[in-house]
Each structure stands twice: as C-alpha cells, then as structure tokens.
Design a protein. Sequence first.
Length: 255
Amino acid sequence: MPATAPRRFTHLVRAALCAGVALAATACGPFSGASGEADGPFPGMSGPEIADTAAKATAKATSLTVDFAGDTTDGNIKAYMAIDSQGDCKGTLTMGGTGTAELVRAGDTAYMRFDEAFLRSQNEGGTAEENAEVLKTLKGRWLKEEASSPEAKEQLEFCELDTFLGEFREGFHLMRRGETTTLQGKQVVVLTEKDGDASYKVYVAAEGEPYVLKVEQKGGEEPATMTFTDFNKPLGPIEPAAKDVIDLHKTRPEQ
C-alpha cells in the first residue's frame, strides 16, 4: 500500500483552480474596454479600470472561501476551499466519479483524508485483500505530512492566498463594462469578455470593498464557475483530532 497521498488527483485539482482564477485574466478578446458610466457604481470608470480596482482589493483579503465547479479535459472537478493569507486552508476536492478528498493545512503541517470511492479508485487493480487493508487503514483517517515535503508542497500551492490571487494582478485589461445587477444580495457590476466560443463574466461588488465575487466561463473547452465568499472571515480551528491522524513518517517503510 502506498504511504504517500495520491498526487495525480490533487495536481489536477490545483491546475483547474488556477485555471479558473486565470479566466478573469484572459488577454485574448477583441475589446479594449468601454468607457465608464457617468453615474451609478464606479462612476466614470471603464471595464479595465474597475477590474484593476477589484484585483487590488481582492488581493488584500486576509482570507476567503472559493467554490469552484468546472468541466476540464480530465473530467468534472468541484472544490470548496477556505484559504487565509498565512497559507492555512481547509476544504474538499472532488473529481468526477473518482471520489472526494479533504485537505487541511495548519501551519507547517498538511493533512489529507479520502472517502471510500477515492481510496478504491487509487487502488484499482489491487486484490480484494489489498483493498480491504487500504480501507481498514485509511478510511476515515487523516494522513499527516510536513507541508514542505515534496509529497505535500505541490498539492498545497493553491492554499497560498497570495499565489492564488496573484493571477488577478495580471489585470483584466480587455474586460468590458456591462450591466449592474445583484449577486449574493449585493449590487454588482458585471465585466464581460468573449474569446471564440467562450464568453467570460466577472462580477465585482459595487457596495463596500470592490471584491471579485464571481468568475464565470460559458462555452469553450473548459467551462467553469468560481464564486468567492467569506472575505476576511477567520478559518478558526482546523487541525483534525489526533486520534484520527496517521503520521506518514511513522508508517512509511524505510527505503
């Protein structure tokens, strides 16, 4: 039985999450941004100007929650992650019928827990005895690893809020200003862009801090939606109970 957490799944999820953030920074549309409205939210500001303001405000958040759903070339991916500026995070990751993984980073330590469907998929082709041993050992248990280890480091990149939001700093310099509407009970300005068969919308809060509240792609090869909530809300206690944890360093066989 492999002692390290499966890498392929979390690598795909991380790539999808980063791709979702990058939707808003696409630099391949036919527009240069419409002029701003004289009144209403963001008076006199164009699409690119609103986008730049939103990017800076969102990047300053001390924490946020992201809800991602998308169809990628590797299948349907869903993720729900709470992340803070210290690099701590907690959430769930699901890819198609593969199953679900839970992820926690608390300080210098990472924890991952997998449901039965995921454990079975990772041990596909194994004997009945091997599958039974995997489930007996890992089902309902958290795998513990140092966050700086090669096994965990790549998987945890999207837990770094600065890295995760860094895509916004590329700018939305081709977004056009669209309608003013409501989202999550708040007034928002919608920024739009079109690239071939894909159309993009970015929803920017027009009340309070001008955070990016939603990024949406329709059409194209990998349509996806990502919603941001719980800005600056502390994560609270996130470490699993010690009785539910398996330390990989203690269970991994010597090489």
